[in-house]
Design a protein around this ligand. Structure first.
Ligand code: NI
Length: 204
């Protein structure tokens, strides 16, 4: 065997050893940071037809505390999302929001696996703020009510070593708000976004 083959074998052996340290175990914290895109699936049967909420990307932070080797509790936070509101494609306003989401997660793989897919169900609270209007709604006062709803999640971690990992996750959130213009209730607006996040994670 030449030296290259030997060093490859040694590296392979040390990777196998490292895999044993990658364990997801009770008491571990997994901190994930990445780009999070909130893409609304807007539908509005009762509000002005043609009203839509556009997508936005911010920095997402998701921290999981492992309650057992297979069950984690995750809190998703982010820098404030800022969405354009359009009416038949023309911008009529803006809103910011924060959608903190608490999820109970299940990790089906054994704790030593480098590949850790997970599913989660949880509760989302969305606070809307800094609403503003322009275009056809210029000069009116827009208010979106805060929302409580359920969320479902799919994600996957892949451990690079015993601390660092790469992550991708997707949530579907039930975010239903109420639209008020100049204090008049226009009715409910379902935003129900799909949230994608890709990034890095750190386990400790
Ligand atoms: Ni909904």
């Amino acid at each position: 065997m030449n030296k290259k083959v030997i060093s490859a074998l040694v590296m392979g052996a040390s990777l196998v050893t490292a895999a044993n340290c990658m364990a997801y175990e009770s008491g571990d914290m997994v901190l994930r940071v990445g780009l999070a895109n909130v893409n609304p699936n807007t539908s509005n049967d009762t509000v002005v037809p043609g009203l839509d909420v556009e997508d936005n990307t911010q920095i997402g932070i998701a921290g999981t505390y492992m309650l057992t080797n297979n069950i984690g509790l995750e809190l998703l936070a982010a820098t404030p999302f800022k969405h354009d509101i359009t009416l038949n494609g023309a911008k009529v306003g803006e809103t910011k929001h924060l959608p903190p989401t608490l999820s109970l997660q299940y990790y089906p793989m054994e704790s030593g696996s480098a590949f850790q897919p997970y599913i989660g169900v949880g509760i989302n609270y969305t606070a809307f703020f800094s609403e503003s209007t322009t275009g056809a709604l210029a000069g009116t006062e827009l208010k979106l009510e805060d929302s409580w709803g359920l969320s479902a999640q799919l994600g996957v971690d892949y451990s690079i070593n015993d601390q660092w990992l790469v992550n991708a996750a997707v949530w579907r959130m039930d975010i239903d708000t109420n639209v008020e213009v100049n204090g008049a209730d226009l009715g409910g607006l379902e935003i129900d976004p799909t949230v994608f996040m890709v990034g890095m994670g750190y386990k400790f």
